[in-house]
Design a protein around this ligand. Structure first.
Ligand code: NAI
Length: 774
């Protein structure tokens, strides 16, 4: 064979990585693992086998955690938390640096063990997973160092229960553990049952780093252990990565428990190739998008959308490239696609592909737990394989004609995790990127990750971000003791129209006053015991109308921030002009403080008008040829149950940040605030606010909360109402996994309730990766 032959055949001999050290580490541990609790390994209990999917060989036995193990791990984390937090950010940073260094020192051991246990190619474990793990600990060591100065007013949440999947066992651990520890939390982490070994090696590293006992605890076992852990009463924050189905269960199971929750779930991410793309680069991108980790990636570019004019050429290039992908032993350094993580997952993939009547193109794969790179064409948008996450090396493909159609097809999914856009035309790429409903958009790239760049989804891909400043939001809470919630006692008195009151305030929907559908009204009683007015009682139909109006006002989200600011300034001025009237109304309801409350409400409006064009996001420095823009986008339609404590100020404090950031809102004032809210219609009408941006429904929180939480066109629900309402909202929102922000029965000092916390809740970070620099 001469050099020419070699180039033509591109054949390689195998270059296997030695597994000896990793296997020796397992044997050194006795090949049977207990849990890592309070700084030490427990004796193995009831165990199950963990196998290498590539060879079928049993690697070790891992324990199935019992309730007592989970209790012990949570107790250890609780006992360690106070001291860990008090160590201060700078003290904690030292430990995180030590962990980063130890990961680097043992990089090869980690990489080989990961490949053995998960079947991912050693090239990926070695060059991507493990370096990113080290990067994550370094970056968050820096975050710990800067916490006190850069995150004033934020404190640790407490004990975190973290459940991770099998596709990136160590990397997902790092994504969860590093920010939690940096912010002063302690953790109990459960790895996936098929891939526990690198988490146990990490436990060993924690010991070597001298991490205080109880700060990191690792319990192993199946989904039942995960379910028990997340529902445990000693857990303050739950972080989960895995399937949407389990995410939904966790949302429902933790409803009303007062736990913070982030969910990083599935996806069916589009990979959009325009006719002016560099097609060869796009083909290589696609290899990384769908055959990286055998397509077992939540943000895999699993849906190819290619512009009609180049589709044939592109598919030909793609098929040629697919034929050159080497599928086989993941420990071989020449391998592109390794083993599927487990025979069960392989069976799932086979079953899904077997059902399709699309045109299937496959290359070869060895016998065993392998699946060949696969391309499926000729499907309709509604076909199962176009919509369902396959989580294997299977690409589905479809063509489009215009950029507008590309956007439509790309967004035609219940998920919203990531998207790739390929075009050499900067106008096309940057025009399309903001229109894609996804938490991450890569331009002329794919599957790029970094600790500095937030990662996470929208829609049924979950909520919350990992990485960047926004990732820390999930591991901190406002410091200080929350106020107790003061609710108004239910109003007594006859429901009939009080004498002398001839007007019943209506609802405010789509910029117009609307009669309540049910035709019912409620009397509002003043502090003095006298009836002071009547308001309509909104029902589910009114709520639906209000949501439709809010949907229809989408232009507000596209308006410039400058424009939104002007409208909010105008609302402030118009409210100020009628200050006396509003103050008198508040005095009549609460008996005091009307003047000060109106002044505070006006000032709040001015503040958010000021913020409107100053919270657009920032730029993240990622260690690649490019930059990541952290763009703060409006969430969409927010339904909010406003507080009872401050009739006018409470409502304005909720409305103003939401609309300043470009959202449209459906507000339900508290009982006391009902008349202040209805008085506001005229202020809004005269302030150039487009109809539908603010909709106000007077009504019963308990009746409207579940409807709001279930409504598929409401993107987020906020509640500052009673504790039981928080529970209803969290439970009912599980259906389409909308974002929720609830008070769990805690009150607020509404005079102070202003600023970043509200702005962050009113926005979602979209991370846009843009090629930049040399
Ligand atoms: P899964 O979501 O069931 O497992 C992920 C983790 O959650 C594991 O640690 C598991 O033990 C745990 N778990 C399972 N049930 C639980 C419960 N009720 N409460 C708390 N924790 C629970 O994923 P699975 O079954 O391994 O894979 C099924 C499908 O899920 C895959 O085919 C793929 O489509 C998708 N998936 C998506 C991932 C992502 O990152 N988006 C990761 C893994 C799977």
């Amino acid at each position: 064979m001469n050099v020419k032959d070699i180039y033509e055949s591109m054949e390689y001999g195998p270059a296997p990585e030695a597994a000896g050290d990793a296997l020796a580490w397992v044997v050194d541990q006795g090949s049977r693992f207990g849990h890592f609790i309070d700084g030490a390994f427990t004796k193995p209990g009831e165990t199950f086998e963990t196998t290498s999917p590539a060879s079928g060989e049993v690697l070790a036995e891992v324990s199935q955690a019992t309730s007592a193990d989970i209790d012990a791990a949570v107790a250890a984390a609780r006992a360690a938390q106070g001291k860990w937090e008090k160590l201060g950010g700078k003290g904690r940073a030292r430990y995180l640096y030590a962990l980063a260094r130890l990961v680097q020192k043992h990089a090869r051991l980690f990489a080989v063990l990961e490949t053995l246990d998960s079947g991912k190619p050693i090239r990926e474990a070695r060059d991507i997973d493990v370096p990113l793990v080290a990067r994550h600990f370094y970056y968050h060591a820096g975050m710990a160092q800067l916490m006190e100065s850069e995150l004033p007013g934020r404190a640790a949440i407490g004990v975190c229960g973290q459940v991770i999947p099998w596709n990136f066992p160590l990397l997902m651990l790092a994504w969860k553990v590093a920010p939690a520890l940096a912010m002063g939390n302690t953790v109990v982490l459960k790895p996936a049952e098929w891939t526990s070994l690198t988490a146990l090696l990490f436990a060993d590293i924690c010991r070597q780093a001298g991490l205080p006992a109880g700060v990191v605890n690792i319990v192993t076992g199946d989904g039942a252990v995960g379910a028990e852990l997340v529902a445990h009463e000693g857990i303050d924050k739950v972080a989960f990565t895995g399937s949407t189905e389990v995410g939904r269960k966790i949302r429902a199971a933790t409803a009303g428990q007062g736990k913070a929750l982030t969910l990083e779930l599935g996806g069916k991410s589009p990979f959009v190739v325009f006719e002016d793309a560099d097609l060869d680069s796009a083909v290589e991108g696609l290899v990384d998008a769908i055959w990286f980790n055998g397509g077992q990636v939540c943000c895999a570019g699993s849906r190819l959308l290619v512009q009609e004019g180049v589709a044939e050429r592109f598919h030909a290039k793609l098929k040629a490239r697919m034929k050159s992908l080497r599928v086989g032993d993941p420990l071989d350094k020449c391998i592109d696609v390794g083993a599927i993580v487990h025979s069960e997952q392989l069976a799932r993939i086979k079953a899904l592909v077997a059902e399709t009547d699309g045109e299937v193109f496959q290359t070869a794969a060895p016998e065993g737990c392998y699946y060949p790179p696969t391309l499926i064409e000729g499907l309709h948008t509604a076909d199962k394989l176009m919509q369902e996450e396959i989580f294997g090396p299977v690409l589905v493909s479809m063509t489009f004609r215009t950029p507008a159609e590309a956007v439509q097809l790309a967004n035609n999914t219940r998920y919203g995790l990531a998207a790739s856009v390929w075009s050499e035309n900067i106008n096309v790429a940057l025009d399309v990127a903001p229109k894609l409903v996804a938490g991450v958009v890569w331009i002329n790239g794919t599957n790029m990750f970094d600790a500095a760049a937030g990662f996470g989804g929208v829609r049924e891909s979950g909520f919350g971000r990992e990485g960047g400043w926004e990732g820390l939001q999930a591991y901190t809470k406002p410091s200080g003791k929350p106020k107790a919630l003061k609710l108004k006692a239910p109003e007594a008195g006859a429901p009939e129209l009080p004498e002398g009151l001839d007007r019943t305030a209506k609802l405010y929907v789509g910029g117009k006053q609307a009669r309540p559908d049910g035709g019912y009204t409620r009397t509002v009683w003043g502090k003095s015991g006298k009836a002071i007015g009547q308001v309509g009682i909104a029902n589910r139909k009114d709520l639906r109308n209000a949501v439709e109006a809010a949907r229809g006002a989408a232009g507000w989200s596209g308006a410039t921030a400058h424009n939104r600011a002007q409208v909010i300034y105008y609302i402030a001025e118009n409210l100020e002009a009628r200050a006396e009237e509003f103050a008198a109304r508040i005095d009549a309801v609460t008996g005091k403080g009307g003047k000060a409350e109106v002044e505070a409400a006006v000032s709040r409006l001015f503040s958010y008008a000021a913020w409107a064009d100053k919270f657009g996001g920032d730029l993240r420095q990622v260690p690649m040829r490019g930059m990541a823009l952290a763009v703060r986008e409006p969430i969409g339609v927010i339904g909010a149950l406003c507080p009872e404590e401050a009739p006018l100020l409470g409502l304005i404090s909720v409305m103003a940040p939401a609309i300043a950031m470009g959202n449209r809102v459906v507000l339900v004032p508290g009982q006391a605030g009902a008349l202040s809210a209805t008085d506001l219609y005229q202020v809004l009408d005269t302030s150039d606010l487009p109809g539908g941006v603010v909709n106000i429904l007077t009504g019963d929180h308990a009746e409207l909360a579940p409807v709001m939480a279930k409504h598929l066109d409401v993107d987020a629900v906020w509640s500052f109402s009673a504790a039981d309402i928080s529970e209803v909202i969290e439970r009912e929102s599980a259906g389409n996994l909308k974002r929720t922000w609830v008070n769990n029965g805690l009150g607020r000092d509404w005079e102070q309730a202003e600023g970043r916390e509200f702005l962050e809740q009113a926005t979602e970070v979209k991370t846009v990766w843009v090629p930049y620099g040399a």
